[in-house]
Design a protein around this ligand. Sequence first.
Ligand SMILES: Cc1cc2nc3c(=O)[nH]c(=O)nc-3n(C[C@H](O)[C@H](O)[C@H](O)COP(=O)(O)OP(=O)(O)OC[C@H]3O[C@@H](n4cnc5c(N)ncnc54)[C@H](O)[C@@H]3O)c2cc1C
Length: 404
Amino acid sequence: MVPRTAREFSPSPPSPPSAPRASFDVVVVGGGVIGLVTAWRAAGRSLRTAVVDPATGEGAARVAAGMLAAVTELHHGEEPLLGLGLASAARWADFAEELAEAAGAGVGYRACGTLAAALDADDRAQLRELHLLQQRCGLDTEWLSGRECRKLEPMLAPGVRGGLRVDGDHQADPRLVTAALLAACERAGVTFLRSWARELTVSGDRARGVVLDDGTAVAAGRTVLAGGSGSGRLGGLPPEVSVPVRPVKGQILRLRITREYAPFLSRTVRAVVRGAQVYLVPRVSGELVIGATSEERGWDTAVTAGGVYQLLRDAHDLVPGVTELPLVETSAGLRPATPDNAPLLGPTALPGLSLATGHHRNGVLLAPITGEALAEVLTTGELPDYARPFAADRFARRGWEVSA
Ligand SMILES: Cc1cc2nc3c(=O)[nH]c(=O)nc-3n(C[C@H](O)[C@H](O)[C@H](O)COP(=O)(O)OP(=O)(O)OC[C@H]3O[C@@H](n4cnc5c(N)ncnc54)[C@H](O)[C@@H]3O)c2cc1C
C-alpha cells in the first residue's frame, strides 16, 4: 500500500505572486509532527501563526513506530544527539499530558521501557559494544542473560542469548500525537493553508513569507521551514541557506494482537538480526508495530515484498508468535536525514528564516524539545543552549554543497 505520505511535491505551472492573502507573525512550511509542534508552541507565545501544507498530519509520523528511544537508538559517533534525545525524553510525560488536555484527546504515551535482545553470538557482541558505549555515556542500562530476558518477555524465542533492559525508552502513538497537535493548533487559533508552498519570499535580504502553489503570497515576519525530507525542495532558497536533508525510506508493518495472545509483549522489544534492526512496539490499543527497513532509495515509497519479508522473518526469529497475528497494514515513509543524523534547528544565514527539520529516526522523540527550542527562537531570536550543537547553519558554515 502506498500511503498518502508518499505524495510527491509536484507544483503546477507557476503563476505570478498575488498581493498577500494574509499576514502572520509566523508561517510554518510543513504540517508534520515537527511543523505542528512548532506552530502550537508559537501560538502559545501569542504569535499569529499559519501552517502551510496540503496534507497536514500525513507526514512520516503517520508511518512511524513512535519509540521514544534516546538510549536504544544511540549509535557510535552520535553522542551529541544523545543529550538532546534524553532531554526530550524527560519532557515527554508532561508534554503528553499538556497536549492531551489542550486537544481533548490522548496521545498513547506509554512508559513501558524497552528490551534490546541478542539472538546469536554476533548480535550479542554488538549489543555488548552498545552497552559499553552506554556505560561510557553514564547511562543506567542493565545486562540480562537469555533466561532473564525470557522471564521478562515470555514470547521471546528460546534462542535469545542475552539483552539490555532499558527502562527509560518509552513510546507514544504518532498518529494520535499528530491528531492531537492538529486539534491543539486549531484551538490555539493557528490558521491552516492547505496548499504547497512554492517558494520563499525574499526581499531586502530577509525572508518575508512564502508564495503558495496557486501564486498567493502569504506574508510573515518569521518563516519556519519544517518540510521534513522535502525541506530542501522549497523554491527561492538563497545559496547561503543550506538544507542538506535527504529522504531515508522506512517500511513498517501493523499487526493486531488478538485476545488469545494478549498482552503478547509488555514493552518494546528490539534486536539487530543479520545486521538489520527490527523492533516490535506493542500498543495499549492492541496494535503491534513491526519496523523498520532503512533504505536509501530517493523519493520511492513503495512497499515491497522484500521489505515485508525481511521484517516478518526477523521479527519471527525474535518473537515466533508474531506469525499467528493478523497483519492489518503495511506502509512506507521517508525519514528526513542529515549528514550527521541530527536535526537542523533555528536561525539560518537569511534573517527571518529558521529551520526545524532533519529529525531522521527521532522526530517523535524530539517533538517536545523542538517545539520548545523553536518557540524560543521565534520570540528571542536565539537558540537555547541545549540546541546550539544542532544549529541550522552548521553545514553552511562548513561549506556544505546542497544536492537535494
Ligand atoms: C518507518 C519509520 C519509522 C519511524 N519510527 C520512529 C520512531 O519510532 N520514533 C521517532 O521518534 N521517530 C520515528 N520516525 C521518524 C519520524 O517519523 C520523523 O522524524 C518525523 O515524522 C519527521 O517529522 P517532520 O514533521 O519533520 O517531517 P514529515 O513528517 O515528513 O512532515 C513534513 C510535512 O511537510 C510538508 N511539506 C513538505 N514540503 C512542503 C512545501 N513546500 N509546502 C507545504 N508543505 C510541505 C509535507 O506534506 C509533510 O506533511 C520514523 C520514521 C519512519 C519513516
